[in-house]
Design a protein around this ligand. Structure first.
Ligand code: SF4
Ligand code: SF4
Ligand code: SF4
Length: 596
C-alpha cells in the first residue's frame, strides 16, 4: 500500500477517541492522530511535524482499535525524505554518528569457526561502556559456544529519519553477510537493535542478552534498597525482556517500585525518534515526566541511550553496571564514557577484540551510499587526543598553574641543542611512518614558543616532505607506484607534469590528498626538486604558523587568558579554511571541482 493510501485508511479508521492523546505530549500539542493525518492530507498541516513524534509506540499500545499511529508518523517522515532527498541540518550530527558506526574504522565482524550466534552490543553500549561490553561478551561466551561479536550499527537513525531505501539496503547486507558465514542468530544488549532485528530480519533470530543472563545469573542479593525501572520503548512489546530485567535486578537484592508507565505502557525518555534536535522542549518534557514518575528513586534501565539521556537529570544506571559492579553502581561510582570520547572507546574496544581474535576477523563490504571515510581522520583524532590529554593531565596533576611558557622554556633549555635537534628529526621522520605531522607541530608551539616553534616546525616539515619526495623518486619508486593505484593519483601525476608548481601549491593549500601520500606521489612526477621544495615550503608555512600560534598560547588558555597570539592563530586558521575557495579561482582549468 502506498504511504498516501495508508494515511487515508488510517484517517478513516481512527475514531478520534483521544485515548492515545492522554498519554502523549506530542499529540497533546497537535490533536489526535486521525485529525493530524486528515490535516496533512488536506495540506493544512505540514507533514514535517512527524519529526516531533518520538516513534515510541505508546499510542499503538493504547489504541482500542489496534491502530498504529507511530507507523503512520514514520511514513510521513519517509515521504519528507523522499521529497527532499536529504536530512534536516539538525540531524546531521546523528547521521555522522551513524556513518562512523558503519565505517570500516569502527565496525568489526569477528566470526569464529562453527559460529552460529553473534553478540551485537550496539554502538551506544560499545561507546559508553567498552570494558563492560568485553565483560558481557566474555560472560556470554561461557554460555554460547563459538559466539562471535559484531561491532556495527543497525542504522536505526536512518530508519527513524525516513531514509528507508538506505536503511533496508544496509540492513539486508548485514543480514546476508552474517547468514553467508553460518550465523543463525543475534544476541543483542541494545533494545533498539533488538527491535530492528525483530522487525526486519528475514532469517536471523534475535535474542536479548538479558533473557540469557536472567537464566543463570547468580542470586547474590548483596544489595538492599529500592529502585525503579525505565523500560526502553524499543522493547515495549517484549514482556519476556521486561521480566528478565526485573529478575536480574531482584537477584542483586534490590526491590522494585514500578512507575505508572512501565512495561508495555512505558514512556519515552526524551531521546526517541531523534526529536531533541528539532524540538528540544518537547524532548525535555518527556524527560521531566519520567523524572516526576521516578521521584527520588534510582532509575535502572537497559538501553545505553536512555541511560545517558535520563542520567542528565536523574540518578540513572545501566542494569549491566548494576550486575557487574553492584555496590559501586548504587554508590554512583561507576562512570560511563561520554561523547566525543565514546568514539575513542569504540576504537579501543575494536582493537582489543581484533588483537584477541585476529584469525576470526572477517572483511565486510561497506554499504552503498555511505561514505567510506568516517568524519574523524586519524590526524584529527591524534590532535584532539594531544590537546585533551594535555589539559586533563595538567588539571589532574594540579600543575596547570605552574605550566607557564617560561617554565617549559627553562626545562627545555636544559637539554641545549638536543631538544630542537630531536624535535626536527621527529617531524622529519613522521611522513616516513605515515604519522600525521600536525600533532608534532602543535607540540613544537608548546615546547619552543611561537618564534622558534615555527622555525623548527617548518624546517622539519619541509625536510620530511622532501625526504618522502626523494625516496619516491630515487629509492622506492616501484613500491610507491604500486601504492598509488587510486585514479586520483594518476590524474595528479598528469596535471603536475602539465602545470608544474601550481599543482604543488594547490594540493598543499587545499587538502584533497593526505599530506604524506601527496609528498610520495609528487616524487613520481617529473617536477624539478627545487620547484617542489620552494613551493612546499611557502605553502606549508601559513598552516604551520597558525598551529604554532595557537598551541604556544595553550597554557594561557588553561589559565583563562586569551592572548594576542592565540587570537591571531584562530584568525589565520579561519582564513586558511576559506583559502580553498579563493585558490580554486586561480588554478588551471581541469582542476576545479576537485577534478583531480
Ligand atoms: S509514537 Fe509516541 S510520541 Fe508518537 S504519537 Fe505515539 S505516543 Fe506519541
Ligand atoms: S486511540 Fe486509536 S482510535 Fe483513539 S484517537 Fe488514538 S489512534 Fe485514534
Ligand atoms: S540502535 Fe543500536 S546499533 Fe543502532 S544506532 Fe542505536 S545503538 Fe547503534
Amino acid at each position: 500500500m502506498s504511504a498516501r493510501k495508508s494515511m487515508e485508511t488510517f484517517a478513516h479508521d481512527c475514531a478520534g477517541c483521544n485515548l492515545c492523546v492522554k498519554n502523549c505530549l506530542f499529540l497533546q500539542q497537535y490533536g489526535n492522530p486521525g485529525d493530524i493525518v486528515r490535516q496533512v492530507l488536506e495540506g493544512s498541516l505540514d507533514k514535517e511535524i512527524a519529526f516531533q513524534c518520538s516513534l515510541c509506540g505508546l499510542c499503538a499500545a493504547t489504541c482500542p482499535k489496534g491502530l498504529n499511529p507511530a507507523g503512520i508518523f514514520l511514513h510521513m517522515r519517509q515521504m519528507v525524505f523522499e521529497e527532499n532527498q536529504k536530512v534536516f541540518a539538525e540531524h546531521k550530527q546523528i547521521m555522522a554518528y551513524e556513518q562512523r558506526g558503519l565505517s570500516k574504522r569502527f565496525s568489526l565482524y569477528t566470526i569464529p569457526k562453527n559460529c552460529t550466534q553473534v553478540f551485537w552490543p550496539g554502538c551506544a553500549l560499545a561507546g559508553t561502556r567498552a570494558k563492560r561490553t568485553l565483560q558481557v561478551y566474555a560472560w556470554l561466551k561461557t554460555r554460547v559456544p563459538n559466539l562471535g561479536i559484531v561491532l556495527d550499527c543497525c542504522a536505526k537513525p536512518s530508519h527513524d529519519l525516513g531514509r528507508k531505501a538506505f536503511f533496508q539496503s544496509n540492513f539486508s547486507s548485514q543480514e546476508q553477510f552474517l547468514e553467508q558465514h553460518g550465523v543463525q542468530g543475534v544476541i543483542t544488549a541494545c533494545p533498539n537493535c533488538y527491535r530492528i532485528f525483530a522487525t526486519y530480519a528475514q532469517k536471523l533470530a534475535v535474542r536479548s542478552a538479558y533473557d540469557l543472563m536472567a537464566e543463570t545469573w547468580p542470586d547474590d542479593r548483596v544489595l538492599t534498597g529500592q529502585v525503579t525501572i525505565h523500560d526502553p520503548c524499543g522493547t515495549r512489546c517484549n514482556q519476556d525482556i521486561h521480566a528478565s530485567v526485573r529478575q536480574l535486578v531482584r537477584k542483586t537484592g534490590l526491590e522494585i517500585h514500578e512507575m505508572p508507565h512501565s512495561g508495555e505502557k512505558t514512556i519515552c525518555c526524551g531521546q526517541g525518534g531523534t526529536v531533541y534536535p528539532v524540538a528540544p522542549p518537547l524532548a525535555l518534557n518527556w524527560q521531566s515526566r519520567r523524572k516526576a514518575e521516578a521521584g527520588n528513586r534510582k532509575v535502572i534501565t537497559y538501553c545505553a541511550g536512555c541511560c545517558e539521556f535520563l542520567g542528565k537529570s536523574m540518578n540513572t544506571s545501566h542494569v549491566l553496571d548494576l550486575l557487574f559492579e553492584p555496590q559501586q553502581t548504587m554508590n554512583n561510582r561507576v562512570k560511563s564514557t561520554v561523547s566525543p570520547f565514546t568514539y575513542l572507546a569504540r576504537l579501543w574496544l575494536k582493537s582489543r577484540l581484533t588483537s584477541s581474535n585476529r584469525k576470526d576477523v572477517l572483511e565486510k563490504e561497506l554499504p552503498v551510499n555511505t561514505c567510506t571515510r568516517s568524519g574523524i581522520s586519524p590526524a584529527r583524532l591524534l590532535v584532539l587526543l594531544f590537546i585533551v590529554a594535555g589539559i586533563v593531565g595538567a588539571r589532574i596533576a594540579g600543575v596547570d598553574g605552574l605550566a607557564t611558557q617560561e617554565n617549559i622554556h627553562r626545562l627545555v633549555g636544559e637539554f641545549g641543542i638536543l631538544a630542537p635537534a630531536a624535535f626536527i628529526l621527529l617531524v622529519t621522520l613522521a611522513p616516513a611512518f605515515f604519522l600525521p605531522g600536525a600533532p608534532f607541530i602543535i607540540a613544537g608551539g608548546v615546547i619552543f614558543g611561537p618564534v622558534w616553534g615555527v622555525v623548527y616546525g617548518i624546517t622539519g616539515a619541509t625536510t620530511g616532505a622532501c625526504l618522502a619526495f626523494l625516496v619516491a623518486r630515487y629509492v622506492a619508486s616501484d613500491w610507491v607506484e604500486k601504492k598509488m593505484t587510486n585514479p586520483c593519483f594518476l590524474k595528479l601525476k598528469q596535471q603536475t607534469e602539465q602545470h608544474g608548481w601550481k599543482i604543488v601549491a594547490f594540493t598543499r593549500l587545499v587538502p584533497l590528498f593526505p599530506f604524506n601520500l601527496l609528498s610520495y606521489a609528487l616524487g613520481l612526477t617529473r617536477i624539478k626538486f627545487s620547484t617542489y621544495f620552494f613551493t612546499s615550503f611557502i605553502c606549508m608555512l601559513p598552516g604551520c604558523v597558525a598551529y604554532i600560534l595557537l598551541s604556544s598560547s595553550l597554557f594561557d588558555l588553561l589559565q583563562g587568558k586569551w592572548s594576542t597570539q592565540c587570537l591571531a592563530g584562530i584568525g589565520l586558521l579561519v582564513l586558511l579554511a576559506f583559502l580553498p575557495m579563493v585558490v580554486k579561482k586561480y588554478v588551471p582549468q581541469g582542476l576545479k571541482n576537485k577534478e583531480l
